[in-house]
Ligand binder design. Structure first.
Ligand SMILES: [Zn+2]
Length: 330
């Protein structure tokens, strides 16, 4: 239980300080919008603030984290801390109505209530409007925490009624540490932190057989290209295209090549940084010795141009074949 604070303090130091100050001054507002990618501590932060409102032995208005009230809030079993999450694809108006009905009763154990709305951007217009009315009648005894990864999808009217707090992406190192806790191998984590900022997305990708195979194909393609093998051109047709089948896949294919080239460039210039492919560091070291920095930069430029082409609706196989030829030849 005590760990939650250390974790939040190191994950989101600025927000932690800001909220700590607000709690000490007893100046919490009635609606917060916590915005940021998954895995950045939004829910834990909401629970920590909520605990301060129910704590039996608060220290300077901060939660003690040890009393039964704190413990129940943090374990998400407190009857006056109500959580709403999408029912299927959306948060429906009935769910908000229920929440408001709940609100109109006095708290089960006191007057204080806390609402935590997960994926708040998934509220239907009806649900959002219904919630608006609640936010428009601020009641000193209720606080709502709206959590979202997609602020731009919330109605402006909702945004204007909440205090917005932006949760920063985790640093690559921090994300790496979190993935290690989830028992991902260093090899998996190293690649994933270069492809996403989101802890949740990284974990999902690590379990995705398609992605695991994709990353192998990407690296194999890279090796054939740097070895200037003519087969790498055929490889596009025999291995790349059958596996990478839609726009997101095409972009990932390019990103996998880009990351390998960046690893080589970093190694070439002896930049100390986490490699995307640490398991191949020796091979990458050998490649780094074979190429000039200029040639490597040129290759990266070709890949970036190819990525741009793929973002618009250009034939993927054509782009892949062309970039392979340019890279082998260059
Ligand atoms: Zn307590």
């Amino acid at each position: 239980m005590i760990k939650i604070e250390d974790n939040l303090r190191s994950m989101q130091p600025i927000i932690y300080k800001q909220l700590e100050k607000t709690m000490k001054k007893n100046q919490l507002t009635h609606a917060y919008l916590f915005e940021g990618v998954s895995g950045t501590g939004k829910k834990d932060m909401a629970l920590w603030v909520a605990a301060s409102l129910f704590c039996q032995k608060p220290i300077d208005n901060l939660p003690c984290k040890e009393c039964t009230s704190c413990s129940r809030v943090l374990k998400q079993v407190h009857p006056d801390v109500i959580e709403i999450a999408p029912d299927g694809l959306s948060i429906k108006v009935e769910q908000v109505r229920q929440l408001k009905a709940e609100f109109s009763k006095s708290g089960v154990e006191g007057q204080q209530k806390v609402f935590i709305i997960e994926d708040a951007e998934k509220m239907t217009a009806g649900a959002a409007n219904s919630l608006l009315k609640f936010l428009e009648e601020p009641n000193g005894k209720a606080i709502a925490f709206l959590l979202t990864t997609a602020k731009q999808r919330l109605l402006p009217t909702i945004l204007s009624r909440c205090q917005l707090i932006h949760f920063r992406n985790l640093s690559k190192q921090r994300l790496l540490d979190e993935l290690e806790k989830k028992e991902l191998s260093n090899q998996q984590s190293a690649l994933l932190i270069h492809l996403t900022n989101s802890l949740e997305t990284a974990i999902l990708m690590s379990q995705d057989e398609w992605f695991i195979e994709a990353s192998k194909i990407g690296y194999k393609w890279f090796i054939q290209i740097v070895n200037k093998k003519a087969e790498s051109f055929i490889f596009v047709q025999t291995d790349v295209m059958p596996h990478f089948k839609e726009r997101d896949h095409y972009l990932l294919a390019i990103d996998l090549l880009l990351l390998a080239y960046r690893d080589v460039l970093k190694t070439h210039y002896k930049v100390v940084d986490q490699l995307a492919y640490p398991q191949h560091s020796e091979q990458i070291g050998n490649i780094a010795e074979q190429f000039s920095g200029e040639k490597l930069s040129y290759s990266i430029e070709i890949l970036l141009q190819s990525r741009k082409k793929l973002e618009s609706n250009v034939n993927a196989q054509g782009v892949f074949e062309q970039l392979t030829l340019l890279l082998i030849r260059g």
